[in-house]
Design a protein around this ligand. Structure first.
Ligand code: RRO
Length: 295
């Protein structure tokens, strides 16, 4: 397998220690855990999504581990503005704060709280099970453009995380680009559900949730591939990546970097594990393989 040249990279306005980023939501809202992941080899970390008001989240069960995947409906639990002090000690580190809101104004307000602390902002326009938030806005290209513009005009690197739960993801990618996105992240979880045959009830308290992990990797590759043909901004691939080979495949589809989420549950040292096989002193520059499957 091809290997990459090690070293820092700047993607979507954020300088990362390598191409591997911790995906949003995975280690909750604890600054110390995010810092631990940076020290354990993550090139950057994305926080849990932070919103305009504190939120408890959905009624449980909120998360089930399936064969090879995870189904969740956490419901955006977060401490809102109190999170600023939680990550103050991480200022100057590659910490990207994920935020959500119900309007462009709410996105701008939450983003402003993190000026000076966050290396960048990732807009969650893609949670599949949050009424009035996430994909409720992220499936409408006009709203995607206006929410993106409300944050990009603040001058902070602005990443937009897209939902795969649309007919044409390129229309959403182009809408983010029009709003001044510095990068797009593809994809958030795939809307899904399971039913307990014993209980004759949906397994999740919220009935519907988002599927992540290995089962969605081919969907994520397809989305990145389509976006690469339609958009000019860098694409960050996300969805079911768990090996160095997955990273290379995502890059060949068009990703400039990747985010890793569910695989952290199985192996908390996943960043070191992937780094060992992905990078070597005689590796090629990433530009040599990004999008090469389109040639
Ligand atoms: O908190 C959640 O339930 C959640 C979020 Br914010 C998201 O973006 N994606 C997801 O699968 N769950």
């Amino acid at each position: 397998m091809v290997t990459l040249r090690p070293g820092p990279v700047t993607i979507g306005g954020v300088t990362l220690k390598n191409h591997l980023i911790l995906a949003a939501g995975i280690l909750g809202t604890t600054g110390a855990s995010l810092d631990r992941m940076l020290r354990m080899g993550a090139g950057g970390v994305v926080t849990k999504s932070i919103g305009p008001e504190p939120k408890d989240g959905h009624a449980g069960p909120c998360l089930v581990v399936l064969n090879g995947g995870i189904l969740n409906a956490m419901g955006l639990p977060n401490p809102s503005r109190d999170f600023v002090s939680e990550i103050e000690t991480l200022a100057k580190k590659p910490v990207i704060v994920s935020i959500y809101g119900g309007t462009p104004e709410e996105f701008a307000m939450v983003a402003e709280w993190f000026k000076g602390t966050a290396a960048g902002i990732e807009l969650n326009l893609s949670c599949p099970h949050a009424e009035g938030y996430g994909s409720a806005l992220g499936t409408d290209p006009d709203l995607v453009t206006s929410c993106t513009r409300a944050v990009s005009r603040l001058g902070m690197p602005t990443w937009i995380k897209l939902t795969p739960n649309v007919t044409d993801i390129t229309a959403i990618g182009k809408a983010a680009e029009e709003g001044g996105a510095s990068a797009i992240v593809a994809i958030n979880t795939v809307k899904a559900m399971r039913i307990s045959t014993g209980l004759k009830r949906p397994v999740l308290g919220n009935r519907f949730g988002g599927l992540s992990g290995k089962p969605i990797f081919p969907i994520a590759v397809r989305c990145v591939y389509e976006l690469y043909e339609a958009c000019k901004v860098p694409i960050i691939g996300c969805g079911g990546i768990s090996t160095a080979k997955d990273v290379v495949e995502m890059m060949m589809a068009g990703a400039s970097a990747v985010q890793i989420g569910s695989a952290v549950h199985a192996d908390v040292r996943i960043f070191e594990t992937i780094t060992k096989s992905l990078y070597s002193a005689n590796g090629v520059p990433a530009d040599g393989i990004i999008g090469c499957a389109h040639d």
